[in-house]
Write a protein that binds this ligand. Structure first.
Ligand SMILES: Cc1cc2nc3c(=O)[nH]c(=O)nc-3n(C[C@H](O)[C@H](O)[C@H](O)COP(=O)(O)OP(=O)(O)OC[C@H]3O[C@@H](n4cnc5c(N)ncnc54)[C@H](O)[C@@H]3O)c2cc1C
Length: 374
């Protein structure tokens, strides 16, 4: 089968790029699993905050907001993000100085983040222990995303432009002949001048199959639990509550509570499963900061957030293998940055004009390049 663009991986990275590129030619997405969102994309905590990650991540998040708030027609007028109570970054007395540091950093990037009174925090989220809390920052414009609607919208856009997703198609071998890439799966062969490596935690492995150098992508496990608070409280307007050092977070989730110890344990690429120790850690950290007593866990999972050493994604053509593009290392921000990152790969591949809104945020064609010192 021939295509103008072959994409490996149908997670948020692959599907957002597929949607963008399908306006220029025939796109085929190859996915080893039998459904969309089986790996990291289907396991996220789904919050959108401009106050998370390094400066580049924050800028791309900012650049993605307009798309998520005003999606194109293939999203069928769906509300992709909902405003609850924003995000609240809380500090205990040992973390007090970090509040000033974080606030100054956020201000330097013109983020709408400010300190709020302890009383106001306890009004907003009464379950936080008064003795635990010292100070807090509030980001009122932070939202909660509907990951499935975003993912499905990109898939619909791809299909509207005659693109294809082929499931149960694990790319096992990659060859290059006469400027054409050949991707070989168990049953088929696919040929294209351009290949996009959007294989999530497997991106380094795919690059090696293609004869590129590894860029030291490190998948890291993160654990999530859902528990019932068993209290007669309305949590639906709560903000996402995030420890200022990112040692835990929790948020309201369909009447229950979603919580994570914000763990980052090195893992090989795999079908990640939660470890008992990390679940115990979640319970300990949440009970220490709040009045929750976690007796029963309704649901638990883990997923791999993949980072390069500089914790910045790599998007662009491999320096040694022309026509092979990286779309990797979105870490813990791959949903909220998908509109911006997919615009970047579109411009790099098609030569389409670089948008002013990216230049204005100091994101240039070189910012995410695999040629940079990673
Ligand atoms: C617990 C947790 C919480 C998170 N919270 C947030 C959040 O609040 N906000 C946010 O923006 N982000 C969040 N993230 C991060 C976000 O989920 C990821 O950055 C994003 O989903 C990565 O998308 P991806 O497409 O790169 O990877 P994936 O979704 O893993 O997709 C990669 C795909 O490639 C396929 N593949 C691999 N190898 C092959 C092969 N050889 N052949 C064919 N297919 C292949 C895989 O099967 C997979 O479907 C969170 C992640 C986790 C784990």
């Amino acid at each position: 089968m021939k295509a103008d663009f072959l994409i490996i991986g149908s997670g948020m990275a692959g599907m957002s790029a597929a949607y963008r590129l399908s306006k220029y030619g025939k796109v085929i997405v190859l996915e080893k699993e039998s459904l969309l969102g089986y790996h990291t994309t289907g396991r996220s905590a789904a919050f959108f905050t401009e106050n998370y990650g390094n400066k580049i991540i924050r800028s791309i998040t900012k650049a993605s907001r307009y798309f998520l708030e005003n999606p194109p027609s293939c999203f069928k007028n769906a509300e992709l993000m909902t405003k609850y109570g924003g995000s609240l970054f809380i500090a205990n007395k040992h973390q007090s100085k970090l509040v000033d540091k974080e606030l100054n950093y956020a201000k330097s990037l013109s983020a709408n983040v400010f300190e709020i009174e302890k009383k106001e925090v306890l009004n907003m989220v009464p379950v936080i222990r008064e003795e635990y809390l010292d100070r807090a920052l509030h980001e009122p414009d932070s939202k909660v995303m509907d990951v499935d609607l975003i993912h499905q919208g990109f898939a619909r856009g791809l299909k509207d432009n005659d693109g294809k997703i082929i499931f149960n198609s694990e790319v096992q071998k990659i060859e290059k002949n006469n400027n054409l890439w050949k991707l070989i799966t168990k049953n088929d062969e696919f040929v294209s001048p351009i290949v996009i490596n959007a294989a999530g935690a497997w991106c380094d492995e795919i690059s090696i199959l293609a004869g590129c150098n590894s860029l030291n992508l490190a998948p890291k496990r993160r654990t999530v639990i859902i528990f019932d608070h068993l209290k007669d409280i309305n949590t639906s307007k709560w903000p996402v509550v995030i420890d200022i050092e990112d040692n835990f977070y929790f948020k309201s989730e369909a009447g229950k509570i979603l919580a994570s110890p914000a763990d980052e344990t090195d893992s090989p690429p795999c079908d990640s499963q939660p470890e008992e120790l990390d679940i115990a850690l979640t319970i300990d950290r949440i009970e220490n900061a709040t009045n929750f007593k976690i007796k029963n866990i309704d649901h638990k999972w883990s997923g791999l957030r993949s980072f390069f050493p500089d914790r910045t994604p790599v998007v662009g053509e491999d320096p040694s293998r022309s026509g092979f593009y990286w779309l990797a290392g979105q870490g813990g921000y791959g949903i909220q940055t998908a509109p911006g990152i997919s615009k970047i790969i579109e411009c790099l591949i098609t030569g389409h004009n670089w948008p002013d809104y990216l230049y204005d945020l100091s994101i240039t064609p070189e910012t995410l390049s695999p040629k940079r010192k990673i």
